[in-house]
Structures are given as C-alpha cells and as structure tokens.
Write a new protein. Structure first.
Length: 367
C-alpha cells in the first residue's frame, strides 16, 4: 500500500468530513418551505459520512487491492448508495413535493436486496459464477444511473419552466450549478469504478478530483440554502394550460387584457424584479389566470414576455436617444446587469445593442 496514497486519502477524507460537519451545523429555518432543504441536507450529510466511513474501513482492513473481489463489490455498493443519495437530494432541491418517503424507501430496499445478493455471491459462489452475478449487478448500476439522468433532467427542466413563468429575471441561471453538480456527481460515480483498474498514481488524481467536488458542492449548497427564500415563492406556483371548455376561467382571463394593456402602455415592465405575483397583485387578478393568459396570448413564458417588452423598449431608446451610452440602456429598461442585457438583446434581435444602433444610423446615412 503506497504511503503517498494513504496520506492523500486521509487528507481527502478529512476535508470531506469537515465539509459534512459544516453542512450538519448550518442552521436551516424550521419552516414548511424549507423542508426540502432540510431533507437534502440530511441526505447529503449521510452521503458524505458514508464515503468517509467506507474508505476508513478499507484502509483499516488493508483492502485496497483492485484485483480482489471485495474491492469491486464494495466500490459498486458504495457508488450505488451515493448515486441514490445525491440524486434524491438534488431532486429535493428543485421539487419538494416529488421526493416522497415511499419512493425513497422503495429505492433503498431494491439497492439493499441487490447488495445482499452480491455479497452472498461473493462469499458462497465459485469465482466464475460470482463474476456473472457481479456484472449483472453492474448492469443494474448502469440502469440506475441512466434512470437518474432521465428523472433529474425532466424535473430540472420543469423547474426552470416554473421559474421562467414566475420571475422576470433569468433565475434559472442561478440554479445552473445544480445541473452542473448532478453531472459532476454522475462523473464521480462512473470514475469510481474505472479508478479500480488504473495505476495508483492516477488513482491519487481521482481522489483529489472527487475531494474537490465534495468540498465545492458543500460550499454551493450552503450558499443556496442561505438564498433559498429568493426563489421559494415559485415553488408553490405551477403554470397550467386552460381547457377550452373551462368557460369561467376564460372569462377571468379576458378581464385581464384591458388592465394588462394599460400596464404595458405605462411601461410597468421596466421596473426591476417584477414577478408574476407582484404583477397579479397590481392588476388585482389571480396568478394562475394571469400566467395562463400570457402563455396563451403571447406563446411565451412570463420571463420571455417581459424580456421581449424590455428589449423592444431598448431598441426604441437606442435609436431615439443616441446620446445615451449602450451600457446605460439596460438599466433604463429594467435590466441593470450588463451581460444579461446584452444576452437578452442578442437572443431576440440577433445583434448586440451597439451593432443594432450602428447599423441603423449607417443605413440612414446611406453608407
């Protein structure tokens, strides 16, 4: 056993354990809307301590030889439990009502049964037959990861759509780290098996890599917990489509049109931080009706609709007030972040604000 490997692994486990303690000690308000954060924290702390305990056990027993069956078995079992814990924790962050206890327990039972079968096979069956069982379980692990990718992406895209139908700013960009962390965790899960078959010096690089991920993830999720109240209002809102036979709701939506037209004429959309809730309150209407009306009449989400109104106003200002620097136009239309303003302008017009202004005056001058 390489002394360098042991030293690196012990430092790694110390860093992961420290991150776990920080997660455990971080104060999360005991409020109903924070229950998903509490669940995610519990699952992640379990994941962190499992990886620490498992590696300490392997070091203590001196069982790190990748040629031995138990190295493969323990790595597969730990990877499967870690995949379950991370996937469930990340989904809990974006859909607090989806992660039900019954679903969690079912997955744990399935993983536990397969683990028991694999461990029994390792101790009782001949090597050739054990290999067959192992590769069947390995295939099950691949199926598990594939299912988690499908489920996570489905829920993540749904969550982004909810944010786009509630906020006028691009809040989905703020949670892109959750998607990135999911794929980083997925990579760690895959590499944990591949790492068993690589030279020791490359395995040390793998240990450093997964340590960086665990510490990075702990820091990001603590930051997310502290700012969760900013996006939690969207949790209770679900955009809906309105059936044609729902006459009462259609009448309610029709009453929105005149008030919304007046709001647009007064350029209410240039106000920063508009949400569906604040606009519905200003128009004295229901969030659901308002969202359904905007989606059906414009074909856009709430955020994209506000963005188009702001960019249209920006186009007008760029041409009518050519003495105003481009960098100030975004602030005047409700988009104070320069990069966000440029990105939205390019997405809608296909040009940067500067080139849009320059091309207009160049064509006007006949150049």
């Amino acid at each position: 056993m390489s002394q360098i490997y042991i030293a690196v692994l012990l430092l790694s486990l110390s860093a992961i354990a420290t991150a776990a303690f920080y997660l455990l000690r971080f104060a999360i308000p005991k409020e109903d809307e924070m229950k998903n954060c509490q669940l995610a924290r519990t699952l992640l702390v379990c994941a962190y301590f499992i990886i620490v305990a498992a590696n300490i056990a392997i070091l203590t027993l001196g069982q790190i030889n990748s040629d031995l069956p138990y190295s493969l078995v323990f790595t597969l079992l730990i990877s499967s439990f870690e995949a379950f814990l991370f996937n469930t924790a990340l989904i809990a962050l974006i859909h607090r009502n989806l992660v039900k206890g019954r679903i969690r327990y079912f997955q744990i039972i399935v993983i536990g049964i397969l683990s028991a079968i694999l461990l029994t096979a390792m101790f009782t069956l001949p090597p050739d037959l054990f290999k067959v069982i192992f590769y069947i379980c390995l295939s099950g692990y691949v199926v598990q990861l594939t299912y988690y990718v499908y489920r996570f992406l489905k829920e993540f895209n749904h969550y982004c759509n909810r944010l786009d139908n509630f906020f006028s700013d691009d809040e989905s960009q703020r949670i892109s780290w959750i998607r990135n962390s999911f794929f980083m965790a997925l990579s760690v899960g895959i590499l944990s098996l591949i790492a068993l078959f690589i030279p020791s010096y490359l395995y040390i690089a793998y240990v450093v890599a997964f340590t960086v991920f665990y510490v990075y993830f702990a820091a990001k999720i603590i930051t997310y917990f502290s700012k969760y109240h900013q996006i939690s209002p969207a949790e209770s809102f679900i955009a809906i489509s309105v059936p044609q036979e729902n006459i009462d709701m259609h009448r309610g939506m029709e009453l929105i049109a005149p008030a919304l037209e007046k709001w647009i004429e007064s350029k209410g959309y240039i106000q920063q931080g508009i949400t569906l809730k604040t606009l519905a309150s200003k128009l004295c209407t229901n969030q659901t009706y308002l969202s359904a009306y905007i989606n059906s009449s414009t074909g856009y989400t709430f955020r994209n609709w506000i963005s188009m109104l702001r960019v249209e106003e920006a186009r007008r200002l760029l041409l009518e007030q050519d003495n105003i620097p481009v960098s100030y136009i975004g602030e005047k239309v409700g988009i104070p972040n320069k990069s966000s303003f440029f990105r939205q302008f390019v997405n809608i017009t296909g040009k940067t604000p500067g080139s849009y202004r320059d091309e207009f005056f160049s064509s006007k001058a006949g150049w």
